[in-house]
Design a protein around this ligand. Structure first.
Ligand SMILES: [Zn+2]
Length: 198
């Protein structure tokens, strides 16, 4: 193997570590970067450097934060509400809506026996430590998927002895949608999760 081939192979190998990227996809990305010569590769190096140097994963809540600032779990926010999400990106999505001012707890995934992920693989021990007398409501914001639903059920049982109100994000029709184009499952979920308006 020539040295050039060795370095290309190393890049391909690294890319296959990313979720959803197989060998073929990794090869395509690697050769695209190599062919593009300068800008794309350099921008990627800068972005990767920034992420590893400037961001930190929080040991307490599982969120990511700027090293020079404090994590949201140390900020003065509404301490009565704790929102449980599967992954960091879910918390960021909710945060960007500016509709929630409480704290977050990132589980690090969802319970999925088929993928070999059980409760002990997620941060339930840390979750328990965060349920203190200040917390009045826990909002389960796991995805409305099989794994997300299983995780929500587990959280409900896990916290049944705690003196907190437990709620879950509403599931139903997307804003701005049209009933005609919505799938049956979503409509039936929206019917069972209907809300009283008077
Ligand atoms: Zn934190």
């Amino acid at each position: 193997m020539s040295s050039a081939t060795k370095y290309i192979e190393e890049l391909i190998e690294s890319l296959t570590q990313f979720p959803g990227v197989g060998r073929k996809g990794a090869e395509r990305i690697a050769y695209f970067i190599i062919r593009s010569n300068s800008s794309i590769g350099k921008n990627l190096i800068t972005a990767l450097g920034n992420v590893s140097e400037m961001l930190e994963n929080c040991n307490n809540c599982g969120m990511v934060y700027l090293k020079k600032n404090e994590c949201t779990c140390s900020e003065e926010r509404n301490t009565e509400m704790l929102c449980i999400v599967e992954n960091i990106e879910d918390a960021v999505k909710i945060e960007n809506t500016n509709s929630f001012d409480g704290h977050y707890h990132v589980l690090g995934g969802a319970i999925s026996p088929l993928d070999g992920i059980g409760p002990s693989d997620l941060s339930f021990d840390k979750l328990l430590k965060r349920i203190n007398s200040d917390v009045k409501e826990v909002i389960i914001a796991t995805n409305p998927s099989t794994a997300g639903n299983a995780t929500a059920l587990y959280i409900e049982k896990f916290l049944k002895d705690e003196k907190v109100k437990i709620s879950r994000l509403a599931v139903g029709l997307p804003v701005g949608s049209n009933l005609e184009y919505i799938d049956d499952k979503t409509i039936s979920t929206a019917i069972s999760g209907r809300v009283k308006i008077n």
